[in-house]
Design a protein around this ligand. Sequence first.
Ligand SMILES: *Cc1c(COP(=O)(O)O)cnc(C)c1O
Length: 435
Amino acid sequence: MDTKIVHSNVTVGENGHLLFAGADTVSLAEKYGTPVFLLDDARVRTRVREYKEAMARNFGEGSMPLFASKSLSFKEIYRMMAEEGIGTDIVSSGELFTAVCAGFPMERAFFHGNNKTDFDISYAIEHRIGYFIVDSIEELTLIDEYAEKAGIRQKILLRLTPGIDPHTHQKISTGGVDSKFGSAIETGLAKKMTKAALSKQSVELCGFHCHIGSQIFEIEPYITAADIMLGFIADMREEFGFTAKILNLGGGFGVRYVESDPEINITANIDAIGAHVRALCAQKEIPLPTIYMEPGRSIVADAGMTLYTVGSVKEIEGFKNYVSIDGGMTDNPRYTLYQSAYTIRIANRADETADFCCTVGGRCCESGDLIQENVLLPKPKRGDILAVLVTGAYNYSMASNYNRVTKPPVVVLRDGEEILAVRRERFEDLVACDI
Ligand SMILES: *Cc1c(COP(=O)(O)O)cnc(C)c1O
């Protein structure tokens, strides 16, 4: 038996156990306890290289992906991205601190966020952050002041909202005029921001950024966004004689969570965006900028898996069946937040017929603490290992201590070896801040 389940790194072994990146998940659950996050190192690097190669080929050397580390943030992941030679996005001083601890080269770090605090700005400048992605005029003024105090000229990009109607593409939620992020092109604010940035002494405007949303499977929204952004770049060249050196097109490529989701071809997508961007630059007679993209989910999601142990199995006759696990919304709040679809298997009996329909629930005192509803599994029993697939993105990074549940460890599977990248939280960690 060697058929993949959703992704090629998930298969079933001869013993009926679920294999992840070639490793026996039942043995891993035994060794590390549950819940536990697994991360397939080779898969992360393959995805990074797909982006890196396609972007260099389409947009020239210097163009590269910046890993959106809000999707998965701990020291080892920054070391991996540093080794792969790409950049990273950070959205808080905490992420910045983690990247610094990992020795990530700060010149390739980009600071995001719609409300950077004064502390964020001064802390990032102190650590010589590569770029700020500036969200508002107010922030621009602050960065200029802090950079002047530090005696540096701070590189920046301006975050613009291209005004793509979110109703046309439901999953696009951050590129609209009314978004909490960025400055709209449509209202004239983007132009005002550009003018203001060019007038500042201690910031160097390098170009523009947009991010239209997440879990996007279509290519058209990116093409539309590129059209609008390159149009703006051409306008600014005419208006102020300013030629943007950088255009950052954001992240958002979709990921296959269940068999019915399509699988995105990253290389083909970048080739399509590339052909369009190059043609448009030629047509508008502007030099091709260095292009950045900011993938998060599409780099780490399918490199992750979470293992749990089944506890209570409750059959409510005539209604539904609940299978409860030793984790839940504290390690994966995505079903609670967005009703996200997930693929689930019983890892120690992955070859058995799935004929028991159930709701997989967490252990929190909260009815909404569910991982998935209407799941078909071989009837689970206490002690079974339950695997949730494609949990690499926005699971560990969104984990909380609700109900004082400790956060699971992260085990990186690399070249047939295991690296404990994050240890399991202990009870002492829970009271570490309590006076
Ligand atoms: C969240 C975010 C990303 C990453 O999005 P994915 O869907 O994970 O690829 C990239 N850029 C910005 C500005 C973001 O906020």
